[in-house]
Design a protein around this ligand. Structure first.
Ligand SMILES: *[C@@H]1O[C@H](CO)[C@@H](O)[C@H](O)[C@H]1NC(C)=O
Ligand SMILES: *[C@@H]1O[C@H](CO)[C@@H](O)[C@H](O)[C@H]1NC(C)=O
Ligand SMILES: *[C@@H]1O[C@H](CO)[C@@H](O)[C@H](O)[C@H]1NC(C)=O
Ligand SMILES: *[C@@H]1O[C@H](CO)[C@@H](O)[C@H](O)[C@H]1NC(C)=O
Ligand SMILES: *[C@@H]1O[C@H](CO)[C@@H](O)[C@H](O)[C@H]1NC(C)=O
Ligand SMILES: *[C@@H]1O[C@H](CO)[C@@H](O)[C@H](O)[C@H]1NC(C)=O
Length: 369
């Protein structure tokens, strides 16, 4: 995964809305293609509170997808994986991870990303950079320089193990020397041609990376990783609502489906929730002692910065475990690089408040069994 570019005549048109140029992202015509794998479904049993707050009665457990992203560089056809889902043999993680399965995390039987790639006819040795074991040692690993790389068994509590790194060429990104900053996030131009940027977004873990993939010269997919886990941590924000108004049927449904006992809005009346005047996202990042965010304060800062992309028409933000995307985001072999022309963003961003969507968590579930 190294990059190239060519120049393209830039036509400047007066625009009222923001564009990627306002984020400081340089113009380029070099692009990558983004394809999504749904590797597995998992459930965090009685652990919703470790991700998001508030947790309404009946929502103590939360199910979520594990997505992985295949990035292919347009010119060189070099490939990399961003996020890998979860390995099939969950007993082979480091003990600190295995001890959580299946008590805390239940992972449905599934195929490894390796098998999914092979089934899809993707040559594994063609993958230049990605993550962890199982890939041949021709695949390198790219991590933030502040990532905790201690491994089991040297460090008994480590979540990584020596076999994760063995034989792989490891590139540590040093953001202290990064010359680009987008929306306050330090960025590194991975292929050196403006097609794929890696961003420093600490919070979930130190060294946590996100990416901005340029899928057409003027549109981008933001790969948010674990910056947030539920769409309600990012939406709705006033700026977001201006550009992506809530569809009429969901606006109507949400009056009664979003509980005013738990969610406040200045325009709510007589128990009817008013999403239009909601001034902040519905959910907050868990800051409880057992939060899955190593540093919830830093995570919120990273989330706020990523949210500026969510509220911009040139960017489609996708996180790895967003259950509102299950069954709506096109999966491999389809590509999501055409998200703008297919209006994919408009079609999915409000799904999380639809009572029929698995992400819906805004009214209590009565346990009258
Ligand atoms: C995840 O769950 C959904 C809904 O039950 C199902 O359609 C899908 O096939 C599952 N995916 C995987 C990878 O298990
Ligand atoms: C989850 O919490 C419920 C209610 O407190 C309890 O009955 C159940 O055993 C818990 N499940 C697990 C796996 O801890
Ligand atoms: C897979 O890719 C590698 C490196 O690009 C190449 O050497 C090898 O011949 C490819 N194998 C197949 C089966 O296409
Ligand atoms: C490692 O685990 C031990 C025993 O559970 C615990 O006391 C210690 O605080 C842990 N250390 C770290 C760095 O998490
Ligand atoms: C990479 O893998 C090959 C084949 O498994 C092995 O022969 C070689 O020693 C490995 N190289 C490194 C640096 O681990
Ligand atoms: C490891 O990565 C560095 C930096 O990209 C590169 O210069 C070096 O050739 C790579 N080594 C191997 C064995 O792939």
């Amino acid at each position: 995964m190294r990059l190239l570019w060519n120049l393209f005549p830039i036509v400047l048109v007066a625009k009222t809305s923001a564009s990627y140029l306002d984020f400081g992202i340089p113009a380029s015509t070099a692009t990558v293609d983004v394809r999504v794998f749904h590797v597995a479904n998992a459930t965090a049993v009685n652990e919703t509170h470790a991700f998001i707050l508030p947790v309404l009665p009946g929502h103590d457990s939360t199910s979520f997808p594990m997505h992985a992203f295949l990035i292919e560089h347009g010119i060189s056809h070099k490939r990399l994986m961003f996020d890998l889902g979860i390995r099939k043999d969950t007993s082979n993680f480091a003990p600190s991870v295995t001890s959580l399965i299946p008590g805390v995390f239940q992972v449905d039987p599934h195929k490894d990303i390796i098998e999914l790639l092979q089934d899809g006819g993707i040559n594994l040795t063609s993958i230049d950079a990605g993550d962890m074991s199982k890939f041949a040692n021709t695949t390198g690993l790219v991590i933030g320089s502040t990532t905790d790389t201690s491994t089991y068994p040297t460090f008994p509590n480590a979540t990584l193990q020596e076999s994760d790194f063995a034989g792989h060429n490891i590139t540590k990104l040093d953001f202290t020397v990064a010359e680009l900053t987008f929306s306050g996030l330090k960025a590194i131009d991975y292929f050196d041609d403006g097609s794929f940027y890696l961003l420093d977004t600490p919070g979930h873990q130190l060294g946590h990376l996100t990416a901005i993939a340029r899928v057409t010269p003027t549109s981008f997919v933001v790969l948010g990783g674990d910056t947030f886990h539920h769409a309600g941590q990012a939406r709705p924000q006033p700026q977001f609502q201006k550009l992506y108004p809530c569809p009429a049927h969901l606006l109507e449904e949400s009056k009664s489906s979003i509980s005013t006992d738990y969610f406040w809005s200045s325009g709510s009346r007589d128990g009817d929730f008013d999403i239009l005047t909601r001034a902040q996202p519905l959910l907050t990042t868990s800051d409880l002692p057992d939060s899955f965010y190593a540093d919830p304060v830093k995570a919120d800062v990273s989330l706020a910065k990523l949210s500026t992309f969510d509220a911009d028409p040139d960017f489609f933000v996708v996180v790895a475990h967003d259950s509102s995307l299950s069954s709506t985001i096109p999966l491999f072999p389809a590509s999501i690089s055409n998200w703008k022309e297919t209006r994919l963003k408009e079609n999915v961003v409000w799904n999380f408040i639809d009572t029929a969507n698995p992400a819906f968590a805004f009214s209590p579930i009565n346990s009258t069994l």
